[in-house]
Structures are given as structure tokens and as C-alpha cells.
Design a protein. Sequence first.
Length: 144
Amino acid sequence: MSSITGANSVFTLAVDGLFDSPQYVQGYAADDAFKSDAVPQAETLMGVDGTLSGGKVWAPYKMTIMLQADSPSIAMFETWRTSQDAAVDVFIGQGTIFLPSINMQYTLDRGFLTSAMPFPDVKKLLQPIPYEITWNLITSAPTA
């Protein structure tokens, strides 16, 4: 039986014009490394005769990355955030997630940094910082 650990996951991120070669994302929060919201796959309508119809709808893929306050990857996300502020424009990212424990790879296409906290919540310990990326598309493929 194989493991389902997330500890050996690999997440790389490139941002056009800022980090053209993929960078490893490191220093995840202990219980929340990264996650994706559910994405609607179809829209349905019930006709007056009781027949359900449906169709494919495209929807963005939202992803949240939680980084420890001392993560070296915060510098990358902060560069992305502050560069967008300075340029009054957006920079587009591309990413890859590899989950060895389940032999899956995910390709993250055309991502926008859509939410970022400027500093961690300050408590007894500095709290993890969430960053949200909204992707155009996330595709999956098994790895051998």
C-alpha cells in the first residue's frame, strides 16, 4: 500500500517577466500547504416539463497557498504582488504540482495573483500567510 503523504509534494511556479524559470515553492504551513476550490463543471436548467438540460461552463480555478511567515518563497510572492502594484498591471504565472504519493502531476495554466495579505497576522507566533492564485485551467495527468 502506498502513502498519501503531502510532505513530498513539489510545486513550481514561474511568472512571466519576473521569474521566467520555474521556482520551487517552499515553507508551507503545517496543516494547510495549498488547496483548490471546487470548480463548477456544468450549468443546468430544469424545463417546465421536468426535463433537466445542461451544458459545459468554463470557470476559473482558485488556489490558495499557505506559507509559514518565515518561508523563503514569500519573497517570490511579494515580488509578484509589489510588481503588480508598481506596474499597475498584472503578471501571469504558470505552475506545476507533482504529488509523488499518488503519482499525479497537475499543470497550472495562466494564473493571476488575485489575493495577498501584505504581512502575517501577528500573534504569539507569526501566522501563515495565504496567497490566492486564480488559474485559467488546471489539468492532471498520471506519472509513471
